[in-house]
Design a protein around this ligand. Structure first.
Ligand code: FAD
Ligand code: NAP
Length: 548
């Protein structure tokens, strides 16, 4: 384990895809770095989320770094949607290939960061007692790294095994012969339930909100298709960066309401069969902005659920009705709906009969008691702001980030927040982040931050800070664009609605990656318009002790 240094150019918090790429880019600039990572090794999301069935829902060949043409040529993905172990092997490979671990202290959580105005530096402290001073602080803490336990009484009284999908034990969990309860039917529940059901004696799924999920159509990758993609990888990456969601999908400029029923059904069928997340969502140009158009997609998915699930009552319970299609992140699954045809799987609707408490022997709802040996919490995350508000971050004038964001996050471009100079948030709230292929978003942000730091250092500037005016205008824009869509209608984690008491604000930027990138590039080209740049003041020479 490496020791912390006292003074460095930059601290990088987090060693997932974002943190690792930040190490790579900043080291290329010649900066001295100190990395901290709460996990035991690199990988971020893919280090923590080891539940059965965990895999990406953006295709493997797109869900990987593009910064090194050699890396993308040499790495061979085995499946269309890679499993968590394969993604973690990839991250391990990248870390070793580019020697990215050498400045990172693992199993070390940053607990506080305080801006020292006089020194124009961040003072960062950790739960292991490290104290380091850095000119720049890069928060690469992830959007989905602060897990959320269900707000249910009695969790600690349960005598069986409890496990959260986002903190899965590394040695795995053997459910053989067990009666398992799963709370939560977002992506993590949808991916894990079919596999848990294959192993356990019995599975009871406690569902509060059914989600829209589509078949992944996962399969081994065809070596010829891989070869063809690799021959065109550079062009493909450019097309990804120029596409709205960081993946190349056809974007028909057509309303779902302007076509007849047969044409619409056949397009939805093709999208469903495509096995992609974005195929269905972008089948028509108004699915996410017009409720009637959206209903056509929602009805199609519900009809598919009825086709797959044998028991019409169960099919009905699995059918989402409370939120428009696509406004909570939809899922890609393997055999999710058909799992409810198994004799050992039961679906409990905890919206109509809420969970009252967890008891020593199981889960009690308003009407029944379920005896269980194990409970899986697939209950998600305190998304986007949770990881940033975990440490005590104090900016200029002693303002705490938690106070500044009490009514919701405020950022300029999702990269900086006014009053917190030299603190960069990779894929922060107010940027496209979780609405797009996150690898594209991460590389774009890290590149922007690295270029910004190079600019500051070339000109001997001590700090950069967003202006309040620029931030206010950006926050207004983020809200205006979101309010043109159906997203605010859903009680989603995008809205902070999954965490009791969290401000209800649509956190990511939905204006699309190309527009967002253009804004970021223009800001940089205009000498960081909307930011205040402060020159370095030469450090006073140490005064020597007076002679006596
Ligand atoms: P993370 O991978 O979350 O890494 C952040 C790291 O920071 C964590 O390891 C955490 O321990 C560390 N950290 C946080 N706070 C501190 C602190 N105070 N001190 C020290 N360390 C700290 N996105 C997609 O685009 N496509 C997908 O298919 C996809 N699948 C996903 C599947 C799952 C199960 C989950 C949970 C998310 C998925 N995502 C997906 C989103 C995923 O989080 C991103 O794609 C990406 O991995 C994020 O990388 P990151 O480095 O920004 O953050
Ligand atoms: P999530 O989407 O937030 O789902 C959490 C689930 O738990 C929801 O069904 C929620 O119900 C339920 N829940 C929470 N608290 C509850 C309570 N007290 N009682 C009953 N139910 C409760 O979390 P997630 O599934 O972990 O996914 C989060 C995000 O991570 C995804 O949206 C995606 O971006 C990413 N992810 C991706 C993949 C992938 O396919 N590659 C896999 C996993 C995660 P409500 O909806 O009613 O709140």
């Amino acid at each position: 384990m490496i020791e912390s240094r006292g003074e460095v150019d930059a601290v990088v918090v987090g060693a997932g895809f974002a943190g690792l790429y930040a190490h790579h880019r900043l080291r290329q600039l010649g900066l001295t770095l100190q990395g901290y990572e709460a996990a035991g090794n690199v990988g971020g999301t893919w280090w923590w989320n080891r539940y059965p069935g965990a895999r990406c829902d953006v295709e493997s060949m797109d869900y990987c770094y593009s910064f090194s043409p050699e890396l993308e040529q040499e790495w061979i993905w085995s499946e269309r949607y890679a499993t968590q172990p394969e993604i973690l092997r990839y991250v391990d490979h990248v870390a070793a290939r580019f020697d990215l671990r050498r400045d990172i202290r693992f199993e070390t959580r940053v607990t506080a960061a305080t801006w020292d105005e006089a020194a124009q530096r961040w003072r960062v402290t950790t739960d292991r007692g490290d104290q380091v001073s850095a000119q720049f602080c890069i928060m690469a803490v992830g959007c989905l790294s602060a897990v959320k336990q269900p707000e249910v009484n009695g969790i600690d009284t349960f005598r069986g095994l409890t496990v959260h999908t986002g903190r899965w034990p590394h040695e795995g969990v053997d459910f053989t012969g067990l009666r398992v309860g799963v709370i939560g039917t977002g992506s993590s529940g949808v991916q894990s339930i079919p596999l848990i059901a294959q192993q356990a004696a019995h599975v009871t799924v406690f569902q509060r909100t059914p989600n829209f999920t589509m078949p992944a159509k996962n399969a081994p990758l065809d070596p010829e298709a891989v070869k063809a993609r690799k021959a065109q990888y550079r062009e493909h990456r450019q097309a990804m960066r120029e596409s709205r969601a960081g993946v190349v999908v056809p974007m028909p400029e057509e309303s779902a309401l302007r076509v007849d029923d047969d044409a619409r059904r056949s397009r939805f069928e093709a999208a469903w069969e495509s096995g992609t997340l974005y195929g269905m969502v972008s089948a028509y140009n108004d699915l996410l902005v017009d409720r009637d158009a959206n209903d056509t997609a929602a009805k199609f998915v519900r009809s598919r659920i009825r086709d797959i699930v044998d028991d019409p009552e169960v099919a009905d319970r699995l059918s989402p009705r409370n939120h428009p299609f696509g406004t909570k992140r939809p899922c890609l699954d393997t055999d999710y709906y058909s799992t409810y045809n198994r004799d050992n799987v039961m679906l409990v609707d905890v919206r109509s009969t809420p969970i009252v408490e967890i008891t020593p022997t199981g889960i009690r709802t308003a009407t029944d008691e379920y005896v269980l040996d194990a409970i899986v919490f697939a209950t998600g995350f305190d998304a986007m702001t949770g990881p940033l508000l975990g440490p005590d971050i104090t900016g200029a004038g002693g303002v705490a980030l938690g106070d500044k964001w009490a009514a919701g996050p405020r950022t300029y471009l999702g990269i900086m927040t006014a009053g917190f100079p030299n603190l960069f948030t990779i894929t922060g709230p107010g940027s496209p982040s979780v609405l797009v292929n996150m690898l594209v978003a991460i590389e774009q942000h890290v590149d922007w931050v690295a270029d910004c730091i190079a600019y500051l250092r070339d000109r001997n500037l001590a700090s950069i800070d967003a202006t309040v005016d620029a931030e206010d205008a950006w926050v207004d824009h983020v809200n205006t664009v979101a309010n043109r869509t159906l997203f605010p209608a859903a009680d989603s984690w995008y809205m902070g609605a999954n965490v009791p008491g969290k401000p209800r604000v649509f956190m990511p930027y939905i204006g699309g990656l190309p527009h967002y990138t253009e804004v970021c590039d223009t800001v940089a080209a205009n000498e960081y318009q909307g930011f205040t740049l402060t020159p370095s003041t030469p450090r006073k020479p140490e005064r020597s002790a007076p002679h006596t």
